[in-house]
Design a protein around this ligand. Structure first.
Ligand code: IMP
Ligand code: MG
Length: 174
């Protein structure tokens, strides 16, 4: 069987940077004062690092890690919490930062457990969305790009822990 490798570039570094800057402005406008980001490891770390550097003024951040038990290119639907937050969300304006929303199962799980921690507001920012793959109707207020049902890597997104370091987003092909 042929090894899967990144083939066509779907989003260039430039396109991503421009969109991330727009998302940062929109989020800051919506939350001019308190703003706390919760990024989902590992995939969202590149997006978060670019996003926060485009945010004017004060913002804090924290990380969570989840596993969907999926080592292949499809999500299994089961979500497990691997790393919890270090700080309280009580009364904060919280924005979950995720790399991609696919079936929506991971984000639904995260939103449920974070909502139970009493944030003042809870919103979600995803760099990518594959609307045609949705299994649950999850609310995502900030979406960078809607893409077709193709498996993508780069800019934090991996295939079997590879390609997270690509500066652009590419389609995985054989
Ligand atoms: P969901 O629970 O099906 O929405 O899946 C979300 C998770 O699946 C993401 O956080 C990614 O880790 C992974 N995922 C879904 N689609 C892709 C993709 O195209 N490339 C890399 N990871 C993906
Ligand atoms: Mg992820």
């Amino acid at each position: 069987m042929a090894e899967l490798t990144p083939t066509d570039i779907l989003l260039t570094e430039r396109q991503i940077q421009a969109r991330v800057a727009e998302m940062a402005s929109q989020i800051r406008r919506d939350f001019p004062d308190d703003l706390h980001f919760v990024a989902v490891l590992k995939g969202a770390f590149v997006f978060l690092s670019d996003l926060i550097r485009q945010i004017d003024g004060h913002a804090s951040l924290d990380f969570m890690a989840v596993s969907s038990y999926a080592k292949s290119t499809t999500s299994s639907g089961q979500v497990r919490l691997l790393k919890d937050l270090d700080t309280s969300l009580d009364g904060r304006n919280v924005v979950i930062v995720e790399d991609i929303v696919d079936t929506g199962l991971t984000l639904t799980y995260l939103q449920d457990i974070l909502r139970a921690r009493n944030p003042k507001t809870l919103r979600t920012a995803c760099l990518l969305s594959k609307p045609s793959r949705r299994k649950v109707d999850v609310q995502v207020e900030y979406i960078g790009f809607e893409i077709e049902d193709r498996f993508v890597v780069g800019y934090g997104l991996d295939y079997a822990e590879k390609y997270r370091n690509l500066p652009s987003i590419a389609v995985l092909g054989g």
